[in-house]
Design a protein around this ligand. Structure first.
Ligand code: NAD
Ligand code: IPM
Ligand code: MN
Length: 353
């Protein structure tokens, strides 16, 4: 049995709490699947700044590049807002180092949990979308100017950057409903006009079977809460995807439920819940680990090709939620470790700690 090496980057705030939960569940599922997983942990973000002054130390970078997959908890917090190096820079450098250009952010309302949505049940029902967010280009990585009187961030995309992420979106659409909605701001931004042109040309050339439509990002923010079930695969650029995925996540009940997978052409990828370090609840055992645990399932599926183990975790999470076990953000009374244990108990081969 080949051992797969997983680098864990717990990070800051609730990051270490949800990372521990993921490890518990991955170790649990591996027992029933002839799967050998080796874990090593490294510093990133604020804790790395505190330890060595660098949010993405060389040792972390080297370990991540060598790993079969990387899991990240969260980075950031108010203690690093004072003007020195930023924890978030560590995460951006990591994404760039691994070349994780396509970020998959599924948002699904678990059956029976309609009451968790801030939307009326009749609006929330049927929410099951996949946001495909471009992750290594756009305004996040353009030239910056940071002065006291003037500051700027350049939003630039090359045709190649648009095409490679659009291909991921079209392939996902083909395996789902055959529909793809591309979100841009083509009425104002040149980068969005190139985005739209490149997406249309790719559909015409390689994906004529996919029904493609375009929605401007401001209208999309509205339509998402008006009728979320109207959308299946949503393809968009880096910053629009960041914003729309936080919005979409609460339709399913809580940002704490939302996972993600960041895919690369040259590496097994980076797996992280979409939430941040939640400084307001850090250290209290209140963090919802479901988004992190489902990111662990995506890691098994996309990085290791372990579809059965991934699906088993997803089924166990759904059963756990259907059984009313959850953290306070979804109206429950369980702790972070309590949820992880409840998920383990619902695996095909229950594991007791
Ligand atoms: P956040 O996602 O950390 O928190 C937003 C709200 O959601 C808070 O009320 C928080 O308590 C709640 N929340 C988030 N995750 C939760 C979970 N798992 N369970 C229960 N409740 C949860 O966003 P923020 O407050 O805007 O950012 C805090 C810090 O995190 C900032 O420094 C930001 O830069 C960073 N951040 C990091 C990542 C990442 O590492 N991937 C993502 C987003 C934000
Ligand atoms: C996310 C976060 C990050 C982003 C930050 C922390 C750099 O908000 O993963 O969604 O903006 O991509
Ligand atoms: Mn975000």
């Amino acid at each position: 049995m080949t051992t797969r090496n997983i680098v864990l980057l717990p990070g800051d705030g609730i990051g270490p709490e949800v990372t521990k939960a993921v490890r518990t569940v991955l170790e649990g599922v591996s027992k029933g699947h002839d799967l050998s997983l080796a874990f090593e942990s490294h510093a990133i973000g604020g804790c790395a700044i505190d330890a060595c002054g660098d949010p993405f130390p060389d040792a972390t970078a080297e370990a991540c590049k060598k790993a079969d997959a990387v899991f990240l908890g969260a980075v950031g917090g108010p203690q690093w807002d004072g003007g020195g190096p930023r924890p978030e820079a560590g995460l951006l450098a990591l994404r760039q180092a691994l070349g994780t250009f396509a970020n998959l952010r599924p948002v699904r309302l678990f059956p029976g949990l309609e009451h968790l949505s801030p939307l009326k049940p009749e609006r929330a029902t049927g929410t099951d979308m996949l946001i495909v967010r471009e992750l290594t280009g756009g305004i996040y990585f353009g030239a910056k100017e940071e002065g006291e009187q003037r500051a700027s961030d350049l939003c630039a995309y090359s045709r190649h950057e648009v095409e490679r992420v659009a291909r991921i979106g079209f392939d996902a659409a083909r395996s789902r409903s055959g529909r793809l909605t591309s979100v841009d701001k083509a009425n104002v931004l040149a980068s969005s006009r190139l985005w739209r042109k490149a997406v249309v040309a790719l559909r015409d050339a390689e994906y004529p079977d996919i029904a493609l439509d375009h929605v401007l990002v401001d209208a999309m923010a509205m339509k998402l809460i008006e009728r979320p079930s109207a959308f299946d695969v949503i393809l968009t650029e880096n910053m629009f995807g960041d914003i729309l995925s936080d919005e979409a996540s609460v339709i399913a009940g809580s940002i704490g439920l939302a996972p993600s997978a960041s895919l690369s052409e040259s590496h097994g990828g980076l797996y992280e819940p979409i939430h941040g370090s939640a400084p307001d609840i850090a250290g209290e055992g209140k963090a919802n680990p479901v988004g992190a645990i489902l990111s662990g399932a995506m890691l098994l599926r996309h990085a290791l090709g372990e579809e059965a183990a991934a699906a088993e975790i997803e089924t166990a999470v759904a059963r756990c939620l259907a059984d009313g076990i959850g953290t306070a953000d979804i109206g429950g009374s369980a702790s972070t470790t309590g949820v992880a244990q409840a998920v383990c108990d619902r695996l095909r081969t229950p594991v007791t700690s």
